[in-house]
Design a protein around this ligand. Structure first.
Ligand code: ADP
Ligand code: MG
Length: 343
């Protein structure tokens, strides 16, 4: 349905999208998840033909977004980060204008607009000026303009940003409703937003796709990374000895407290070492004060992956600066400017 191949977008020397490739299949909800500045909006703007790529291609239902923009765009409804609203228009008026822009047959316009007004619960404000609406309602108008024409693919950039909890729930419900008949791609920098509605998560960091899977599989991927916390009434040396006697334990660190030690043990080859730990402590007559296993959550996966990608990018940047020591002043100034813009 959508094929993105080797997409690159550079702003001067700053690479906002870095060789991104993925495919999107019909009938699912996809989530672009990544911290601010990760490249989500840039990718979405390229996918929808709003922005040209430096390299790579985007095919929408087999149509290249640059070579056959009209055919490709006809398959997409897009809600950009800043919705393109004409605030001096009334809601209904604006939606008819959008319907006209999208070349929807005159005979179908009224019916479609009615349907979209009802779906987005905008019927009551149909005759209000957009500029007088609250942020939540404006976001719904933004959604409505994306839905008009009922395109196969609906792309929503941070659809719930700036909304209150009730509005967020309403928009989520609407997205789920839309997904029954459309492929939906949405972005967010908040994990909870994505995991609440998406069937498939793509984690983007520093312009790179660092993970792409179902929420369940992403969690499983990290399930080896659980942590066991053990507090024993023993000194550090004894705790150390007890732990080292157990085979297959992951790496650990020990923190000494008053009269006890807390060991933080990463999950190793041994799936569940709790019983052995119990017997090891019993043998040394060291009472266990606390033993707790914490499985890695999706939040941990997200943080770990994005942190690792950030470090990698910083390393690459530092080595570039080192090589470019003798660089012309112009270039360095240009880079400084880019750095500012990426803050
Ligand atoms: P996200 O939507 O994930 O927050 P963006 O796609 O907006 O990220 O931005 C990705 C990176 O590209 C950021 O570092 C941002 O500062 C930079 N960027 C975006 N637009 C421009 C632009 N017009 N000129 C220069 N840099 C830009
Ligand atoms: Mg963005």
């Amino acid at each position: 349905m959508i094929e993105v191949k080797n997409l690159v977008k550079r702003y001067g020397s700053h690479t906002a999208v870095d060789h991104l490739s993925f495919t999107v299949e019909k009938g699912q909800i996809y989530g672009f998840l990544g911290p601010n500045g990760a490249g989500k909006s840039t990718t979405m703007n390229i996918m929808t033909g709003y922005l040209g790529a430096t390299e790579g291609e985007v095919l929408i239902d087999g149509h290249d977004i640059l070579e056959e923009p009209e055919k490709a765009k006809a398959c997409i409804g897009y809600l950009p980060e800043i919705p393109p609203l004409y605030t001096d228009m009334k809601v209904g008026e604006y939606l008819s204008f959008v319907a006209e822009l999208k070349n929807i047959e005159r005979s179908q316009r009224k019916e479609q607009i009615e349907k979209v007004l009802n779906m987005t619960r905008l019927k009551d404000v149909e005759n209000r000026l957009i500029r007088n609406l609250s942020k939540g309602y404006r976001q719904r108008v933004g959604l409505a303009q994306a839905i008009i024409g009922f395109p196969d693919i609906i792309i929503l950039d941070e659809p719930t940003v700036g909304l209150d909890p009730k509005q967020i729930i309403e928009i989520r419900e609407l997205i789920k409703e839309l997904a029954k008949e459309h492929t939906v791609i949405l972005s967010s920098h908040i994990l909870a937003e994505i995991s609440a509605v998406c069937d498939h998560i793509m984690i983007i960091s520093n312009g790179k796709l660092i993970a792409s899977d179902t929420p369940e599989n992403l969690e499983k991927q990290m399930s080896d990374a659980g942590t066991l916390y053990l507090e024993v009434r023993a000194d550090k040396a004894t705790t150390q000895t007890m732990l080292s006697e157990i085979e297959g334990l992951g790496t650990w660190s020990i923190e000494e407290k008053e009269g006890s030690c807390v060991a933080t043990i990463a999950e190793g080859k041994k799936a569940d070492p709790r019983e052995e730990l119990f017997y090891a402590c019993a043998e040394k007559k060291c009472p266990i004060l606390m033993m707790q296993y914490k499985k890695a959550s999706l939040e941990d996966v997200f943080l770990e992956l994005t942190e690792a990608a950030k470090k990698e990018a910083e390393k690459a940047k530092n080595s570039r600066h080192f090589i470019g020591h003798g660089k012309k002043k112009e270039e360095s100034r240009e880079e400084a400017k880019q750095d500012e813009s990426s803050l």
